[in-house]
Ligand binder design. Structure first.
Ligand code: IPM
Ligand code: MG
Length: 372
């Protein structure tokens, strides 16, 4: 099973296998809000690099508008035929009143589950050029490089039973936090393999003092560590403390691994250490499929105005090269092009600083593309 998996590639990505001559198929799921304009900038880069077959499909609100479902059948088919997927963002007020099962967010959750993208990598890296954009003091964030590995297909997000019902004449809302040991082991393995390539430290975040699901998590990751990853250092932290430590002393972390709901919350907190959500890429990996997306949302308030920061999406593309195509050299080139544009002082509004040049989405996209 491992031989064909993204996770296997993950373990050897820095070997820089040369890309195979075969054309790679990339599916773009632009989605809603600023999704189309930010993914467009990544496509410019793919066109420049060449050798890719680009296809498009709908997801989220636009999926509902065009096909009556946020994760349409056609998108499902195309997703399974692609070598990798780049997603923009989903959601917007327009779809707020839809039935729960048809909301844009269900499209995102649907594709994660359908493709079994169980490991969500969310790096929080502070570029020297942007150290002033963080809300934290410079010495706390300068040089920061942490990796959050969030479990993405289990937990209270998908647990059964769930729903809203009436019991004894009173409405109750129900969700279930549940993990099985295999789900814990497979995502923990990804975290350890990443740590082996980085600082060698994994901090597992749980609420084992209160929630049995996460006590089981703690026991299983501890066993896995003892059996297979003694070259890494494993620590455990309760999620409330972790939220505090991420703000207090973020550089103490190397790799953080945690469940779906805790990872959702902690990754937004970690994102703000870097100054803007507009900078953060992510990878969602399974044994067979992979999807890359910026951590930010669809930002409907600035959609279509050429104001959105495309860097998170472009950095997500870099992650695609690194993890799915095992092409670290191209990933480095894309990341360096982003850094170069920032070093020259170009900024979108979200990261604007004194003395810098305000640029639009297209201009930043063109600048970065030109540097590759
Ligand atoms: C994220 C988002 C999603 C999540 C929403 C949009 C369903 O917040 O990717 O972090 O909760 O996973
Ligand atoms: Mg979130």
């Amino acid at each position: 099973m491992l031989a064909t998996s993204n996770i296997f590639i993950l373990a050897r990505y820095e070997l820089n296998c040369y890309s195979q001559p075969m054309t790679k198929k990339i599916l773009i799921l632009a989605g809603d809000g600023i999704g189309p304009e930010v993914t467009k900038q990544a496509v410019k880069i793919l066109d420049k690099i060449g050798g890719f077959e680009i296809d498009y499909a709908d997801i989220g609100g636009i999926g509902y508008d065009n096909h009556g479902h946020p994760y349409p059948e056609e998108t499902k088919q195309k997703a399974k035929q692609a070598d990798s997927i780049l997603l923009g963002a989903v959601g917007g007020e327009k779809w707020d009143n839809l039935d729960f099962s048809l909301k844009p967010e269900r499209g995102l959750l649907g594709i994660r589950k359908d493709l079994q993208l169980f490991a969500n990598l969310r790096p929080a890296i502070v570029f020297d050029e942007l150290v002033g954009a963080s809300s934290l003091k410079e010495e706390l964030v300068k040089g920061l490089d942490i990796m959050i590995v969030r479990e993405l297909t289990g937990d209270i997000y998908f647990g059964e039973p769930r729903g809203i019902e009436t019991r004894d004449g009173k409405r109750v809302g129900i969700n279930t936090m549940i993990y099985d040991e295999d789900e814990v082991k497979r995502v923990s393995r990804v975290a350890f393999e990443l740590a082996q390539k980085r600082g060698g430290k994994v901090c597992s975040v749980d609420k084992a003092n209160v929630l049995e699901a996460t006590l089981m998590w703690r026991e299983e990751i501890t066993k896995l560590h003892a059996a297979e990853f003694q070259d890494c250092q494993l620590s455990h932290m309760y999620v409330d403390n972790a939220a505090m430590q991420i703000i207090r002393q973020p550089k103490q972390f190397d790799v953080i691994v945690t469940g779906n709901i805790f990872g959702d919350i902690l990754s937004d907190a970690a994102a703000m250490l870097t100054g803007s959500l507009g900078m953060l890429p992510s990878a969602s990996l399974g044994d067979k499929y992979s999807l890359y997306e910026p951590v930010h949302g669809s930002a409907p308030d600035i959609a279509g105005q050429d104001k959105a920061n495309p860097i998170a999406t472009i950095m997500s593309l870099a992650m695609m090269f690194r993890y799915t195509f095992a092409d670290g050299a191209t990933a480095d080139k894309i990341e360096n092009a982003c850094k170069a544009a920032l070093a020259e002082g170009y900024r979108t509004g979200d990261i604007m600083q004194d003395g810098c040049k305000l640029a639009g989405t297209e201009e930043i996209g063109d600048l970065i593309t030109a540097k590759i």
